[in-house]
Design a protein around this ligand. Structure first.
Ligand SMILES: [Zn+2]
Length: 405
């Protein structure tokens, strides 16, 4: 029995050690009194507050977390969350006060300091104090160079200010942190290069603009706006043949976005006395993708303009089967029917095709925030994300008329 005594003693010592360790972690001495560090976190108010937060009931969350915070003025994270909630509610002044007060605390660790500054930066950003927000995020990065959230917010701020070079550098830091060159990073960097190129283009610095647009394409071969702009530079420099080649590459790399180059390609083909080049391109796109209503619409416009409204109408009816809801197709049909003096058989055919159509003016929608737009946008004006727009299309209405007849 006695042989167990040392073992028992060791076990007791170990348990005692653990308990004391726990106590050290949990309590600390303040003004000669032991304070329970976790008092705020263990109060029901804290848990209730978090529950309300999850349920998106911000007012109730603020109420409960305020109570939790009043139990323990030291609980940094509770105050931090509370400040963030004020910001989310739009009470930016209050949020700033809460977070600034936290910064005044002595003995904040480097990381705590960085977190509070980050919150403050977000308050400033929300309140529109751009310079202060920039300063705060920059300081966060000095304290914590790998803070991705600070980098992301810094990038967005630079973008909002159209400081494209700074936005690019920030994004590059973020991309390096992520390690592998993720395609999404490359795509965003390409959009930023493209913006830098556009600024050079406005200053008529064509060499620099060309360099930037080419760099954008190197980063992301599907960077459609860079191709469009690069072609524009070539036109400005008097090299129209080059421009056509560049724009036609859009058709190769991103056939679904090829229509963005149609106006340019058509104007150039007509101007250089080679309109067939454009019609051939449209026909090839239609052949490759029978659902391509935009190539049909573009080709029909071209045919209508060259005095062939009947051929144009055939194409438009085919386009309508693919996308019965695109207002632009209907408008082109109205013009073609008018040019043909409304032959009853064609008017009837149109009536049959459109029986179930609804029209929309704004078919482009941001997949992130559901913002709607009449045209394809590369950066969402609402959530500021890049390349998030898709064309919303109700399923083609083909066959319905045949079924009902
Ligand atoms: Zn959006």
């Amino acid at each position: 029995m006695s042989s167990y005594a040392p073992l028992l003693a060791a076990l007791v010592a170990l348990l005692a050690g653990l308990t004391i360790g726990k106590a050290w972690e949990r309590y600390k001495l303040r003004d000669g009194k032991w304070i329970d560090r976790r008092r705020a976190r263990e109060s029901p108010h804290y848990i209730l507050g978090l529950n309300f937060l999850v349920a998106n009931q911000i007012d109730l969350a603020i109420e409960e977390l305020s109570r939790a915070a009043s139990l323990d003025a030291d609980a940094l994270e509770v105050h931090m969350i509370l400040g963030n909630l004020y910001r989310e509610k739009g009470q930016v002044g209050k949020a700033i006060t809460v977070h600034q007060n936290l910064l005044q605390r002595p003995r904040l660790s480097r990381l705590e300091h960085a977190y509070v500054l980050l919150c403050l930066g977000l308050d400033y950003k929300r309140g529109g104090f751009v310079e202060r927000a920039l300063e705060a995020f920059t300081e966060v990065l000095r304290l914590d160079p790998k803070n991705e959230y600070a980098l992301l917010n810094l990038q967005k701020l630079h973008e909002e200010q159209h400081q494209w070079t700074e936005a690019y550098d920030t994004r590059q830091r973020l991309s390096k942190l992520a390690g592998d060159p993720r395609p999404q990073n490359q795509a965003i960097l390409a959009f930023l290069e493209n913006e830098i190129g556009l600024e050079a283009m406005r200053r008529k610095e064509y060499t620099e603009a060309t360099r930037r647009f080419e760099a954008a394409i190197d980063l992301d071969a599907r960077a459609v706006p860079a191709y469009l702009n690069l072609g524009d530079v070539r036109v400005a420099q008097g090299h129209e043949r080059d421009a056509a080649t560049i724009w036609e590459r859009v058709v190769e790399v991103a056939p679904d976005r090829a229509y963005l180059a149609f106006d340019r390609l058509e104007a150039l083909a007509v101007r250089t006395g080679n309109p067939d080049r454009f019609t051939r391109l449209c026909r090839r796109l239609i052949e490759d993708n029978p659902q391509d209503w935009r190539a049909r619409l573009a080709l029909s416009r071209h045919l209508a303009a060259s005095g062939r409204p009947s051929d144009a109408l055939d194409l438009l009816f085919a386009a309508l089967v693919q996308n019965p809801h695109a207002l632009s197709i209907h408008q082109a049909i109205w013009r073609a029917l008018a040019a043909l003096h409304h032959p009853p058989s064609l008017v009837n055919r149109y009536g049959e095709l459109t029986e179930h159509a609804v029209f929309y003016l704004d078919p482009h929608v941001c997949v992130r925030c559901r913002y709607r737009s009449t045209e394809l946008l590369w950066q969402c004006p609402h959530c500021h994300d890049w390349n998030t727009f898709v064309e919303e299309r109700i399923a083609p209405a083909q066959d319905t008329t045949e079924v009902e007849v």
